[in-house]
Design a protein around this ligand. Structure first.
Ligand SMILES: [Zn+2]
Length: 295
């Protein structure tokens, strides 16, 4: 999936925190470290055991000036730079979901933030590090992504990569925000694990919401009526399905330990993740009924 070069992505709400931000004051880093140990991250994430490979730790990511995102103005920028791709995805996802909510007559609110970080950063859900993987914090309604995860996705998880696979990561986290806004997260038991647990149902629904956006993304217009994205190609959808597949619980457990333990699953198997992404892609968000019956 490629951006129309002349589409306007300047409205995408993304900010950047540079490596070590918040640690400049003496001792802050140690305090953050203590807090990280004392309070496990409470967000909802993309990968079941993210960081188990040691994480990218941001080694590959460059420390860019905080204002580089201001230079992301057009679809052409999104096609040439991963930070701009994130900004473009945010612009498209925001327009898509605000349109869907309007159709249903319900009020939409954008995520309070979408933060690109490297190294570590403090969040409303505790301290996040690169090893945490992309996640959504319901407490501050903010999406956190270290884009070095995309390197990890290819190099450690063995994904094909590609722009749609990377945008699927954002679309999945945006799906968690939709769940927060709709109240889906209320009264769930997210300590529960296993193939029919609330955790797995929540994650598969976020995959399905990601697929829903892909279905309509090439028709979502920017503020002047230019579609953000060109029609999705078969190769691109295969890349997104491949990304969903490599981060299935069974695949990751087998890769790590040689066996899969379904009772500990938190995100769903490779097959289920692919299945629900496909259901969303073919049928839209109304079909994302992962809380009914067996997901
Ligand atoms: Zn998730």
């Amino acid at each position: 999936m490629t951006f129309n070069p002349d589409s306007n992505i300047s409205g995408g709400k993304v900010s950047r925190r540079s490596r070590g931000a918040g640690m400049a004051v003496g001792g802050g880093g140690i305090l953050a470290l203590i807090l990280a140990i004392a309070s496990p991250l409470l967000g909802v994430d993309l990968t079941p055991l993210s960081g188990m490979f040691g994480g990218g730790a941001g080694d590959q990511s460059q420390n860019q000036p905080a204002d580089d995102l201001d230079e992301c103005q057009t679809g052409a920028d999104a096609n040439s730079n991963v930070a701009c791709l994130m900004k473009g995805a945010a612009a498209s996802l925001d327009a898509y979901w605000s349109g869907k909510f309007a159709q249903e007559g319900i009020s939409y609110r954008s995520p309070a933030g979408f933060v690109l970080f490297s190294g570590s950063t403090s969040t409303g859900c505790g301290t996040a590090s690169s090893a945490t993987g992309p996640f959504y914090c319901p407490n501050d309604e903010t999406i956190y992504v270290d884009t070095s995860f995309f390197d990890e996705l290819r190099n450690q998880f063995g994904a094909n990569g590609g722009p749609l696979a990377e945008m699927y990561v954002v679309a999945h986290e945006w799906g968690h925000h939709i769940q927060k806004v709709l109240g889906t997260m209320d009264n769930l038991n997210l300590q529960q694990t296993g193939p029919t647990s609330d955790s797995v149902r929540l994650e598969l629904q976020a995959d399905c919401y990601g697929g829903s956006w892909m279905k309509d993304a090439s028709t979502v217009p920017d503020s002047s009526g230019v579609a953000f994205l060109q029609p999705i190609t078969k190769a691109q959808i295969n890349d997104a399905l491949n990304a969903a597949s490599v981060i299935g619980d069974d695949r990751i457990q087998e890769q790590a330990t040689g066996q899969s333990n379904p009772e500990t699953w938190t995100h769903g198997s490779s097959d289920e993740r692919v299945k629900w992404l496909t259901i969303g892609f073919e049928n839209g968000p109304g079909a994302c009924t992962t809380f009914d019956g067996n997901p």
